[in-house]
Each structure stands twice: as structure tokens, then as C-alpha cells.
Design a protein. Structure first.
Length: 535
């Protein structure tokens, strides 16, 4: 039961937005459901994610078994972890909004302004030691921020104040290695998004040479140094400093460019002492390390969440293929599916009706998540059609129209078999490995059609055979027949027609495929299903 407490203010920082409130009772709940005290409508936040418990003046954070976790200063929260005004709390994602308790003005910008206020006034007789004392204190405080946006905000406000320039921008390299504007602001703290009036010549030179480009007064410098963009946009002073990622254990050696700090003024010339220049370089180096670490932490968290969701998807897919094997007096069915990765593009299903038994084996083109999503969709579609006793050619026509109409860029091979108690076997094969019929010898069910999803109005035809007691039908995907060994040869379709496979179990067949492949990892999903007709 919540109890009243002395109000504890808090702020939720989501980019440029600030959401403020108070914790007026304990426990104070946080989650996605509307019944929580603080509602966070984000996919990574659990329905009842965490709660804040205030006891004896101490605020403690309690994670309620959330799916994606709760973090304090970028690290997983400890059980009942005490938090203070200096702690940054994030629910479910390291790149999500930041929650802080404390005074209503407790935000990154106000803390940064507190740091900035310590910079010695320009024109005073402040010594180098005073500036260095300020720098190390500000660097320590900058390290308390875990998000890239806060680091960039602190970097710009700090360097604008130090250099007395009018505009500041930070560019970061994207996945293609190109510079993209990440954040900009002027000396009044207003955001800047237009990069058209910058000196792109200075930026290109700094990037191409991976060295600093500093011109404090373009009017008094060599005209050959001034780029066309400096002249065109009447830029009086410009500073470009590359932000580099340093190789661990290799002092002085740097790796690829992380980004670029750009500062300029159009109204006044700049003035940088050697100490100011050294400070600027040190701040940029420190900020680059912070940005790099923050990006790595975000990437690691995204990878963790991706792996978790992939594991959930794999469990769901496997559960969809845990079909109940029917107990029939006249037939036996068994199936086995081995994906080559967490999720696969193969599926099988078994549907028992009052007068027949139907099975389907399908293989979606491609691999991974996209193939698994389409496989699950088609499995549901085919199951519903089989349960409704639709004709086999009607089922594949529906599936074909569905894939072609969605323009997924994928297709599927599949084989559907329907067997009656009297041994009548109706089948339809759409580009799939022809099923094996083991009777006195081994033959193939040869009737075939094009794969579904390639031609919208393609005709489909079914075939029929009559089974006798003791006959066996085996259906496999090409992950079995195209399994490779070290010299590049395939397991092949003919191998399964050999007499020793007529009575081999699915596990034994799978074992032979693995033995053939040796140490090579499977390149495709392997699915096998057989029906033994007892009569």
C-alpha cells in the first residue's frame, strides 16, 4: 500500500524535452501500463518495469523483473540500488530517456551551465593553472553522462565558451564513413540545423588531412588559405578539430575518424592562446573518447536486445512446429527440423481430419528473420486451409496469390500430402525436392509445379498414387540434399534413394548428413518428415 512521503522532485530528459514531476508516495511505480505513477510508452519498457522506494530519506530503485533491465549510469541496476541527484537512470534501453531525481532544474543543461560558469573570464589575468583546474573538473563531470546527445551538448557549450566563437557543430561518421551533422548550437544556446553556411572547404581539409584547421582571422591570413566557402559566407574565424578513436595500448596512433568539431564566427576574429589551443585539443580528445564509449555501450545494448528478441523468436518458431503427432491405427508420422541459425525459413505442419491426414513441408527463399516471418505467416495460412479440407491446388493458389500480391521479393517451395485410410495419397509439389516413396524399391513423386510467389497466375496440378501397407513417403528440404562436404560436393538426392535409407529413422538420416558435412557448419535449414502407411 503506497504511503505518503515528503515530495521528491524528478525530471525525465528525452532529447530536448524535459518532463518534470514529483514522487509523492512510496512505492512510486514506473512502466508502460496506464496504472503506473510514471507511464513510459516505449516498446522497451515493461508493463510494470520498476519502482522507486523512499525510506529514511533514501530513494532506492527496484527493478520488477523487467524484460530489458534498468540501468544506473549506464550499468545494470543492483537490487534495491540507492540513487541520488547525480545518478542517471534509464528504463529498458541505454539510448532511452534519462530519469533523475532532485531539484527541478537538475538537468544536463543546467549542470553544464554550472561547469561553464567556472571558466575564467576572457581578458582577465587567470593563470594557466586556473584554466587547467577548471578543465579537469569539467572533464570529470562530463564523464557522468552516458548518452551521446548529452556529451555533444556539453562539448559544444564548453568549446563555444572557451573559444568565444558564435556557432558550434559536431559531425559524426555514419556507417558509410560520411560526415553527418549530429548537433549544432549557437553561443546563446539555440539549436542549429542548417549546415549550408559553414565552411565545407575547411571541413574537407580537416577530414582529408586528419589534422586541425584553425584560422582565427581570415581577413589577415594568406588569401591562399581562405577557401571559397569562407569568402562566400563571410566567415571571420573558423576552427575544425577531428575527433579520433584511439587504439588501445598504442599511444599516439589513431584509427578511423569518429567525427569533427566545427566552430566559427562571422562577426569577430578569434583569439586563442597556446594554452587555449591545448585545452581545446584536450577537450576534443576527451569528448571523442566519451562519444566512442557511449556509442559502443549503445551498440552492445542493442545487440543484447537483438539477441534476446531473436531467442524469443526462435522459441516461438520452434513451438509452432511442435505439432502433435497423431495416433492413428493406419499411419505413423514423424518430423524433424534443424535450423542453421536461431530462426529458419523452413516449416512443417501436420493436420488430422476425420477422414484423412495432411502434412506440409515448405522452404522459404533466403535465411534469417525475413524468411522466418514469412514462414510463420504461410504456416498459419496453410494450416487454416488444410483444416478446412480445401483442395490441394486451391491451397497453393491462395498461397501463391498471397506472396505475389504482397511483393515480398521472396518465394517458397513446398510439398503438401494428403493420405486417406484406404492408402490414397494426393500430393502437390511446388518446386520442392520430389518426395521419396519407399515401397519395394524407391521411386519419386514426380508431379511438379513452379514455386509459389514467382508467377501470380501460375497453374498448379496435384498428383495421386496408391499406397500399400508398409510403404513409406519421405519429404525433405534442400538443406538435406544440398549439404556440402569439404571438397564442395553435395549430399545429393540420389543418395537418399539407396536401400539403407528405406527404413532409417529421421535421426539416423540427419546423422548421416552431419557425418557427410564433417566440421562444416550447415549452410541451410534441414527439415525431414515421413509418413508410414500401415493399412
Amino acid at each position: 500500500m503506497p504511503t505518503s512521503i515528503s515530495p521528491v522532485p524528478f525530471v525525465l530528459i528525452d532529447g530536448a524535452n524535459r518532463r518534470r514531476g514529483v514522487i509523492a508516495h512510496s512505492p512510486f511505480t514506473v512502466g508502460r501500463l496506464a496504472e503506473n505513477d510514471l507511464v513510459l510508452a516505449y516498446a522497451w519498457v515493461s508493463r510494470r518495469h520498476a519502482e522507486l522506494v523512499v525510506e529514511d530519506g533514501t530513494c532506492r530503485l527496484v527493478d520488477l523483473g523487467s524484460r530489458h533491465g534498468t540501468f544506473v549510469n549506464g550499468k545494470p541496476a543492483a537490487p534495491r540500488q540507492p540513487i541520488t541527484e547525480q545518478d542517471a537512470v534509464q528504463f529498458g534501453a541505454l539510448d532511452g530517456p534519462i530519469f533523475r531525481i532532485g531539484a527541478m532544474e537538475s538537468s544536463s543543461s543546467s549542470t553544464i551551465r554550472e561547469i561553464i560558469s567556472q571558466i575564467p573570464e576572457v581578458g582577465t589575468s587567470a593563470s594557466a593553472l586556473e584554466k587547467m583546474r577548471w578543465f579537469f573538473e569539467s572533464a570529470r563531470k562530463l564523464k557522468t553522462y552516458g548518452a551521446v546527445e548529452q556529451i555533444l551538448d556539453a562539448l559544444l557549450e564548453t568549446t563555444l565558451q572557451l573559444t568565444q566563437t558564435e556557432r558550434g557543430y559536431v559531425f559524426l561518421c555514419n556507417a558509410a564513413g560520411q560526415m553527418e551533422l549530429a548537433q549544432g548550437r549557437d553561443d546563446q544556446g539555440q539549436p542549429l540545423t542548417d549546415e549550408s553556411t559553414l565552411s565545407h572547404g575547411a571541413i574537407r581539409q580537416a577530414v582529408s588531412t586528419s589534422s586541425e584547421y584553425i584560422v582565427t582571422d581570415t581577413l589577415s591570413t594568406d588569401p591562399n588559405v581562405r577557401s571559397a566557402s569562407i569568402v562566400a559566407h563571410s566567415i571571420r574565424s573558423v576552427i575544425c578539430i577531428p575527433l579520433r578513436k584511439h587504439r588501445p595500448g598504442a599511444p599516439g596512433q589513431v584509427s578511423d575518424l569518429l567525427g569533427l568539431l566545427y566552430l566559427d564566427s562571422r562577426l569577430r576574429a578569434g583569439s586563442l592562446t597556446q594554452i587555449d589551443s591545448d585545452l581545446l585539443h584536450t577537450i576534443a580528445t576527451d569528448a571523442a573518447a566519451l562519444i566512442d564509449n557511449a556509442q559502443l555501450a549503445i551498440a552492445e545494448e542493442r545487440e543484447r536486445r537483438y539477441r534476446e528478441e531473436l531467442s524469443i523468436a526462435a522459441n516461438i518458431q520452434q513451438s509452432l512446429m511442435r505439432a502433435r503427432m497423431p495416433s492413428l491405427s493406419w499411419a505413423q508420422v514423424s518430423a524433424l527440423s534443424v535450423p542453421c541459425s536461431e530462426v529458419g525459413g523452413d516449416f512443417f505442419d501436420i493436420v488430422e481430419n476425420s477422414d484423412s491426414l495432411s502434412v506440409v513441408v515448405a522452404d522459404i527463399s533466403g535465411k534469417g528473420i525475413s524468411a522466418a516471418i514469412l514462414a510463420s505467416t504461410l504456416q498459419g495460412l496453410v494450416y487454416a486451409q488444410l483444416a478446412a479440407r480445401q483442395p490441394l491446388n486451391t491451397i497453393v493458389e491462395v498461397v501463391n496469390r498471397y506472396i505475389c500480391g504482397r511483393k515480398t521479393g521472396k518465394y517458397a517451395t513446398l510439398a503438401i500430402l494428403r493420405i486417406a485410410p484406404d492408402g490414397t495419397l494426393e500430393y502437390i509439389n511446388c518446386g520442392h525436392v520430389p518426395p521419396y516413396l519407399y515401397d519395394k524399391a524407391c521411386s519419386r513423386l514426380s508431379e511438379s509445379n513452379v514455386p509459389v510467389g514467382l508467377i501470380e497466375d501460375a497453374p498448379f496440378h496435384a498428383g495421386t498414387v496408391r499406397l500399400t501397407p508398409g510403404d513409406r513417403v519421405l519429404v525433405v528440404t534442400d538443406g538435406v540434399t544440398e549439404s556440402e562436404c569439404g571438397d564442395g560436393s553435395f549430399f545429393g538426392e540420389d543418395r537418399l534413394a539407396m536401400p539403407e535409407f528405406a527404413n532409417a529413422s529421421l535421426d539416423e538420416i540427419c546423422g548421416e548428413v552431419q557425418k557427410f558435412s564433417g566440421s562444416l557448419a550447415a549452410a541451410d535449414d534441414c527439415t525431414l518428415l515421413d509418413i508410414r502407411y500401415l493399412g
